[in-house]
Design a protein around this ligand. Sequence first.
Ligand code: FEO
Ligand code: CA
Ligand code: CA
Length: 639
Amino acid sequence: MDKDLISNDGANLDFAQLLAALSATATTRRRLLQAGLGSAALSFFGLPAMAAPTGRPGIGFTAISISSDDIVRVPDGYSVQLLYAWGDPISDGPAFRADAGNSASEQAEQAGMHHDGMHFFPWVEDGKPSSTHGLLCINHEYTDDGLLHPDGMADWSHEKTRKSQNAHGVSVIEVELKESGSEFRWQLVRPSRYARRISARTPTRIAGPAAGAPGMRTGDDRRGNVVFGTLANCAMGHTPWGTYLSCEENFDGYFNGLVEPTADQKRYGIRANGAGFRWHEYDRRFDVASEPNEANRFGWVVEIDPWKPAQAPVKRTALGRFKHECATLTLASDGRVVVYMSDDQAFEYLYKFVSSDRFDAGDPASGGRLLDVGTLYVARFDADGKGRWIALQHGQNGLDVGNGFADQAEILIRTRQAADLLGATKMDRPEWLAVDPQSGEVYCTLTNNRKRLTADAANPRAENAFGHIIRWREEQADAAAGAFDWDVFVLCGDPENPDPAKRGNIKGDAFASPDGLWFDRAGRLWIQTDVSGSVANRGDYQRLGNNQMLVADVASGEIRRFLTGPKACEITGISATPDARSLFINVQHPGEAAGGRSSPSAPLAGSGWPAKQFAGVTGGRPRSATLVIRRADGGVVGT
Ligand code: FEO
Ligand code: CA
Ligand code: CA
């Protein structure tokens, strides 16, 4: 094959041409299918049979009002289907029990709790990606153990620990659009050979420079290269070689039993009682006093190949260790892989990784290794609208033994401490990143930061209660560049707030705490919100309603409300079929209780969703869920 097709075309890579060339022989077709490359590449860069859209697409639906009701609403002419709620069997396994009475082993074959980031991988047949059949990878970020067990956290036990661990991680499910009576509905394929639950107990390989390092070794794993599971899986990314990236965010909360944290533990938030999980009582890995290095084995980006159900997930340590929100891939002009990443905590940083080698579409199986060798950078935003990427590379920029970093593995395990030395810009809680398919500009949600006392250029509001979206353009439009220009795309808020600092500058519908962020293939920017249930629908947030999803036209700046969620939920996770006619989103933690744990004696106190909205759905508990949104006339969503 002609490798120039890939390496010279960079961010504007035309996979229509690539697929046409690659699909010329039956052998290559088989290879594409086996590797899932076709599906990944196509969903990555667009459809094969259509030219990349030119011009901005516009927004074609009528905006909806805010809502404080316990229901999902979408514009007229659209339908919402419930696809996959917590406790639903991934394949032909056990059904959900309304009293949360499923066992730990049953939970291991069911949807986890608290759905978050997600990606649809289309089936590929004859070089064409399907829009009616594929695999969905879905993160399950954390659990509300008050809802997970019939009696909540009372009489904590080995069984409850296992069930909680099994409700974390990732689902891979096979889904298909089928004719059902007079309509089409998405459904899970049951049984499916691809259906899989990855949990906080699944053997996972550790790869890259930190694998085997002294700080990664534990009593269970003296070689420091295998860890049981993944957790706190927030948002995600996907690769042009057909794999899913799941990001470990608030891993610190699972570690407990500490007496006096070290400075390094404090820098990552490891604290005496964690976030109140009690896993450490029955799984010594989470007892920091017994196993101090186990926490070093979380906080990574985890690669999962959904097409290979027997393959272990892989933690890619070259991408650094922090509270990873998401990992958004693009290609540099010369074909190197670039991963944009965010550390979601107040005053943390933005990062990017640039691989040393180029992506070779003719050898997709080698794709994962690109994530093991390269350079990690952290961002500095200067007041003049310029910015720099500063390398976190051993021996450079003072990152050496004299400053406490013996080698690159230590820089990666203690990424935050290394970035602290480099003058990186402290951001207002960076969440998702999205690359504009037309301009290559990168957008990032900065969800809020009330703790900020002093504004700076990139975080221009002190006590930033509503959040903003920043964007940057890499020098010479090359994602691997060392410098960029940036500006603020929008300051969120309520245009009717009497305090000018709280009004923001939204052109269109009001919202706050932007979190999920995604460009559809035509170039519309979809924004999902996560206002804390503790403040939503009150005070300054009164006129913003429940959490919601909006669409922005980045050329005009107009933002229009597309969806409102049920009570005390977060809207997060978004992906579409290649034809853009089915949109998948997640509703996380409907009815979330203050502090994140519900009372098992009143499980429905905060919300009765989704049973309240959808006929035939088992209730008893509010349940996080994946939804499919379609236009009644089968048209492209958002137009
Ligand atoms: Fe899991 Fe930063 O949201
Ligand atoms: Ca988030
Ligand atoms: Ca958030």
